[in-house]
Design a protein. Structure first.
Length: 128
């Protein structure tokens, strides 16, 4: 029974990750090219919070209680975007540091190779 529940939850997660718009956007932000859009994507939380507020006002006014599920969904999506902003900033800093270190190592390796090739070449007019 637990195995069946586990398999169902894995398939549900894969489906939601692949086809839900907020998950697609967050996956795009997590790529190296998309990391710079993490902080501006935090602004996408505002419409979700507004929609949750509208739904709660409707519920308070006598609308069906099933709108509570929409409120939860809107709040969840807003939280995801709010949290992704600082996380993407940290990931961007880490990626840039790694790129800088790799570039410095490549320059140092190139300088060492150039130095070795210059030292191995015979100098003109200097006896060995």
């Amino acid at each position: 029974m637990i195995r069946l529940l586990w398999a169902a939850s894995v398939r549900t997660r894969c489906y939601l990750r692949r086809y839900m718009p907020t998950n697609i956007a967050l996956d795009a932000i997590r790529t190296r090219r998309g990391l710079k859009w993490g902080v501006p994507a935090m602004l996408l939380a505002a419409p979700y919070v507004l929609a949750a507020s509208i739904c709660t006002n409707l519920i308070a006014g006598g609308a069906p209680g099933c709108l509570n599920l929409l409120v939860l969904l809107f709040i969840w999506n807003a939280i995801k975007f709010i949290i992704m902003g600082p996380i993407s900033l940290v990931l961007l800093i880490r990626a840039r540091l790694q790129e800088t270190v790799a570039q410095r190592r490549a320059c140092a390796d190139q300088a060492n190779r150039d130095e070795l090739t210059v030292a191995d070449e015979p100098m003109i007019g200097v006896p060995r």
